[in-house]
Design a protein around this ligand. Sequence first.
Ligand code: HEC
Length: 387
Amino acid sequence: MPLTEWRAPRAGCLDTYENPWENDTVRQLLLISAALLMLAPAVSSAQSSSSAELYATACASCHGADGKGGAREDLVFETPVPDFSDCEFASREPDPDWYAIIHEGGPVRAFDRMMPAFGDALTGDEIQKILDHVRTFCDDPRWPRGEFNLPRFLFTEKAFPEDEAVVTASYGNGESNALELELLYEKRFGPVGMVEVAVPVVSLDSTAAGHESGVGDIAIGYKHTIYANLDHGNIFSLGGEVILPTGDEDKELGKGTAVLEPFMTYGRLLPADAFFQAHAFAEFPTDSGFDDEVGLRMGFGRTWTTGGPFGRAFSPMLEVLSVRDLASGAKTKVDLVPQFQVALNTRQHILLNVGVRVPVTETAGRDTQIVSYLLWDWFDGGFFDGW
Ligand code: HEC
């Protein structure tokens, strides 16, 4: 069967099958698999097909010629088909994830098996060509691409505007033996904006008053991506945060002053799935009794996968944190934070990072801390979806 005649089965095709399994998804899947097997030799001889032709032949029956999803009445399954022209959804998905889904089928990222595997039917080049065509459906270039949603460091802020919920726990802080949880919620607004709210919950063991716990200083921030260029691999954002004196100062849960914090963040894609991120900030307490502060956080890491190219992602990373008071004679505090991030579920939108923060200069009163976060990329599905 020549490639151009192949279509994924539609309701109409199935109607001509008079057999008792007509409504059985397994039956429909067998039909698709059979069609894919027949497609294999045809596609590999169709080297010259353009990306649009390949898409029209292999994908359009389900995903629609315009990428918005085939007409419901034409489809034999209930699973909603994504809208590739919706930039808010499409731009955030990086090519490697979509490549994996097209090659291996939906289940490789815990999506529905009605999204078939094309790994045997299409060459790598053809899958890439089709992907290039799928990318033309979102025609608003302002949305930074998901490739820039790099693994999150424990301290360095990303430049990508993300939809994430993160719980960070840090334990061990000099004499006060503190356990601190930070609940962070980040939400995108439009193509390049993002707001965030961070609520620390602190538990101190040996303050003057004994054991204290409660809410610390709550921070509210906004981040705006100024520049993102996938061809050059650079993303740059500016932002600002207001840290409110919500924590009780007497109980050492808060600083006792509001703080204004402008910041800039930069992300760089490097060859071989390596990456670099930097985050520079300044802190200006509104109460004149406190010194202003400047800081620079930087990190480098690389992502690998287990069990083949489409497997679970893990990223060893190293951060360098430096911070200095803007007062004469002040010394720069430098910390190193080796850490390890791993995707916990098949969808890869629940991630765990564990690291240690080791002070290397000005170590007096600063102990090594254990720091860890659990991150939920909530746009990609519920917390319990995709395991
Ligand atoms: C038999 C119907 C069918 C065919 C043919 C098909 N798809 Fe799909 N595809 C689906 C369905 C259904 C989903 C949604 C799965 C889900 O959400 O669980 C999907 C999901 C996807 C996704 C994942 C989107 C996300 O949520 O991140 C990508 C990418 C994709 N398809 C690309 C393609 C490409 C490219 C082709 C052609 C090579 C193709 N599909 C052919 C049915 C199909």
